[in-house]
Ligand binder design. Structure first.
Ligand SMILES: N[C@@H](CCC(=O)N[C@@H](CS)C(=O)NCC(=O)O)C(=O)O
Length: 220
């Protein structure tokens, strides 16, 4: 079995996707905290040595580095025969939701949350734009989860792991109280949190945290 090392920072939902998948598959990994807030991933040295794309997470398997959570999740699902879907239709659905998540759900929430919670003076017009787009994506997910328990049917898959990552953070970071605003999403997050071995990102990914700027007065 490979030895895993995960380059991450605790607030990174993308890192959490891999940490959660490994954990749910009963695997351990060595956490390599990365100074994202200090800008290390923007340096030429880090990009040359760790990830040319300048992104966290990076998963090392026996010293070989891999990036991009979607293909990594697919590889892990195949290796551990878990969360990968069974039929050709399910595998297609899984890819469909993974692509949608990377582009829309994760793409917008990651940026919205980062600006809202972890930068000192986000432009309110930019925040409003991201929130409007994200509200639309959330309503798509809400309607989908009103019809079925998990992304591709009645069993959890890596599409759920990918999509839940950024939604499970505290409301003072995401700016949403899903129990009130999106009950089907909230119930689905609850189902995911009941999977054997499930842990939250801040329980799985230790280390120095980014400064939190979201003000109490900010609306949720
Ligand atoms: N599609 C990538 C997204 C990775 C990503 O955007 N990571 C963030 C941190 S969670 C990052 O490093 N962003 C740097 C940037 O956007 O410049 C994946 O799934 O791994």
């Amino acid at each position: 079995m490979p030895t895993y090392r995960l380059h991450y920072f605790p607030e990174s939902g993308n890192s959490y996707k891999l940490a959660l998948m490994l954990t749910l598959c009963g695997q351990r990994f060595e956490p390599i905290w990365t100074d994202f807030g200090g800008g290390v991933t923007r340096t030429l040295e880090w990009r040359k040595a760790v990830n040319e794309m300048g992104e966290i997470p990076v998963l090392e398997e026996d010293g070989v580095r891999f990036t991009q959570t979607a293909p990594i999740l697919l590889k892990l699902a195949e290796r551990y025969r878990q969360f990968g879907g069974k039929t050709a239709e399910q595998k297609f659905e899984l890819l469909r939701w993974l692509f949608w998540d990377n582009h829309k759900l994760t793409g917008y929430m990651a940026t919205y949350r980062y600006l809202r919670a972890f930068t000192p003076s986000a432009d309110p017009h930019v925040l409003a734009h991201f929130r409007k787009r994200f509200d639309d994506f959330l309503s798509i997910l809400e309607q989908h989860l009103e019809r079925q328990a998990f992304a591709i049917g009645d069993q959890p898959s890596i599409a759920d792991i990918s999509m839940m990552a950024y939604l499970h953070y505290p409301a003072d970071e995401t700016g949403y109280d899903f129990a009130t605003s999106h009950p089907a999403v909230s119930a689905w997050l609850g189902r995911m949190a009941k999977l054997p071995g499930w842990k939250s990102a801040y329980d799985l990914l230790p280390g120095k945290r980014l400064k939190h700027y979201a003000r109490e007065a900010d609306s949720i």
